[in-house]
Write a protein that binds this ligand. Structure first.
Ligand code: DGT
Ligand code: CA
Ligand code: CA
Ligand code: ZN
Length: 579
């Protein structure tokens, strides 16, 4: 088990002990232990092997043993027993903001709450407000938390949807009699969140395909089982539809079920203007609409064929959101969208110096493996103490380390030294001018006071953008998809301020952020705004997030020339005024 998994186990142990009402000193030992591990710079494996874990302040004897066991075996009997002794419905309550172990214990003891459902009931009956330490406000907050949880549970991150799709698609492809398979819908369009998955199969023998789909591993419920259409809910809560169509209809169905609805409406209008009727079954003269379930006279051997038949350029799925793509395709003016292979590096990455899991050298090695020309290091600044932000002294030391590593020639990649500097309240930066001057570039981000009102927050960010040494704005709204709302902001004003001050805005490619949102990029880029796609990497595998970032940039109509990190090392150095 790695360090982060162990931290999570320790935190859960603390919470479960709280729910059970155990000794507060014991409980604190676990939460303190988790925090100590979090801020530990050294490699946990090395510390354990050298037998030094027990001598670290904040980690006692009992905890040392448990951490060592978890590290070595990934299992802990004490933890397993604890899980078995706490009703699982109680652990679900932790998803509701404001509820921790202590409050859950009270709810369980005084009101017999053991699930979200029973909690909803006692809140509606006004019983929670009467509890000591709760009150009206808390009761309201719990109810709205429950409502949000339901709304959020109905959708899933694109990233998580993809790992489900990657499991199901090969299974479908491997079945006998299957000609073609695609995952359509919002997933194919690269929406940041996905409601349900829409699988489409071309085959002349649907029955065995339906059978396979409705009896896969990991299904919680089969919600529909028809001749050519089935629906399931998976154990993780995700729902999926499957449709089987004859091969000659496949691309019409694929286009239809890829959507979006708005795009389809525009496409059907376009067809009508040519006296044609477009549907999931085919494209045919309007007067033959009655026979619409049969294949039409127009044959499509690809989606391109459908667009061609309507006199349109091919519209990539990412653009099918009804944002003027059909009109642009009519005029032959669709953009040459950004591709993953256009990226030559990225600028927002964390190391073990703050809250990242990997050292400078490990990151440089990974960048070489991925064939990147350059990579920017931007650890947290000192105000982000919870993320072990660097003080000035540690920052300068890192700048020197990066310089030596570059000069050593050990790696092909060129490292830039930067910082993810906190934008403090009022828009001041967390380091002084002189300290920032030692850096190659600066990412400025908000990490505190995320709920300030719109005017205050907008002014705060604009102030930071006016700082001469800021290069780019990090994760603009602070949103965590399906978890935390975006800060209230006047985004147009911020875009204009970035333009006026020659600043870049980040497209943070962490699948929970994808911030700034794709809906703003088209217009912003038309005005000349430069985008930088950054993974906000805290571990090597987070570099994969760049795939989600590129897909989101494509939804924002971005082309390589509007994306900073498609530039060559030389061009970047010039932009940053580095020799
Ligand atoms: P989702 O699942 O909420 O993330 O969004 P989608 O876009 O995947 O929507 P979904 O699963 O309801 O349907 C897939 C596609 O099928 C949708 O993008 C367009 C097409 N479609 C479904 N229902 C309708 C409809 O009532 N009218 C039209 N024009 N198209 C529809
Ligand atoms: Ca869908
Ligand atoms: Ca669907
Ligand atoms: Zn950040």
């Amino acid at each position: 088990m790695d360090k982060n998994d162990i931290i999570e186990v320790l935190e859960r142990i603390g919470t479960m002990m709280e729910i059970k009402g155990e000794n507060p000193f014991k409980i604190r030992a676990y939460s303190a232990g988790a925090r100590t591990l979090q801020t530990m710079e050294e490699d946990l494996g090395a510390v354990i092997e050298e037998g030094r874990l027990g001598s670290i302040p904040g980690i006692g004897k009992a905890l040392t043993e448990k951490i060592e066991t978890l590290y070595a075996t990934g299992e802990l009997e004490f933890y397993n027993k604890l899980i078995a002794s706490v009703p699982s419905g109680l652990m679900d309550l932790l998803d509701i903001p404001g509820l921790g172990g202590k409050k859950i214990k009270v709810l369980h003891e005084k009101l017999n709450v053991d699930s979200i459902e029973s909690l909803t009931e006692v809140c509606r009956a006004g019983k929670v407000a009467e509890l000591k330490g709760f009150g009206e406000k808390t009761q309201e907050k719990i109810l709205s938390g429950i409502k949000n949880r339901e709304a959020y549970a109905a959708r899933h991150l694109w990233w998580n949807a993809r790992s489900v799709v990657e499991k199901i698609l090969p299974g479908l492809k491997g079945l006998p009699g299957v000609d073609r398979v695609e995952a359509a819908g919002s997933f194919r369009r690269g929406m940041e969140t996905v409601g349900d998955l829409d699988f489409l199969v071309a085959s002349s023998d649907p029955a065995p395909i339906m059978e396979w789909f409705t009896s896969m591993d990991g299904i919680a419920e089969v919600t529909a089982h028809g001749d050519t259409k089935s629906s399931i809910r998976l154990e993780g809560g995700m729902q999926a539809d499957l449709r089987v169509v004859p091969s000659e209809q496949f691309y019409f169905a694929l286009h239809h079920f890829t959507g979006s609805k708005d795009h389809n409406v525009r496409m059907r209008q376009k067809a009508l203007s040519m006296g044609l009727s477009l549907s999931e079954w085919g494209l045919r003269p309007e007067e033959e609409k009655d026979s619409s379930r049969k294949a039409g006279p127009v044959q499509a051997h690809s989606e391109e064929d459908i667009f061609k038949a309507l006199g349109l350029q091919f519209v990539p799925p990412a653009l099918r959101e009804g944002m003027g793509e059909v009109e642009a395709a009519e005029r032959n003016e669709l953009p040459q969208l950004l591709e993953f292979s256009d990226l030559k590096g990225c600028f927002h990455n964390h190391t073990t110096a703050s809250d990242g899991r990997n050292t400078l050298e490990e990151i440089a090695e990974e960048a070489d493996l991925r064939g990147w020309e350059y990579l920017g290091i931007a650890d947290h600044s000192k105000a982000s103490f919870q993320a072990n932000g660097l003080n000035e002294e540690r920052l300068l030391k890192q700048v020197q380390d990066i310089r030596s590593l570059n000069e050593s020639g050990k790696y092909r990649v060129h490292l830039f030294s930067g910082s993810e500097v906190d934008i403090l309240s009022g828009g001041r930066l967390d380091y002084e001018h002189a300290d920032l001057e030692c850096l190659d570039y600066v990412v400025a981000s908000v990490h505190s006071g995320l709920t300030q009102d719109e005017e205050t927050m907008t002014a705060r960010i604009i102030n930071a953008l006016e700082h001469p040494l800021v290069t780019m704005l990090g994760h603009m709204t602070g949103r965590l998809l399906l978890k935390r709302e975006a800060s209230k902001l006047n985004i147009q004003k911020i875009i204009d301020a970035a333009l006026a001050n020659g600043k870049i805005i980040e497209l943070n490619s962490n699948p929970m952020r994808l911030d700034m949102d794709w809906r703003h990029w088209k217009r912003a880029a038309e005005k000349g705004l430069l985008c930088c796609i950054n993974p906000d990497a805290h571990a090597l595998h987070h570099f994969d997030y760049q795939e989600a970032g590129v897909l989101t940039a494509r939804k924002g109509w971005l082309t390589p020339k509007e994306v900073f990190n498609t530039r060559t090392l030389l061009e970047i150095k010039e932009y940053l005024n580095l020799s």
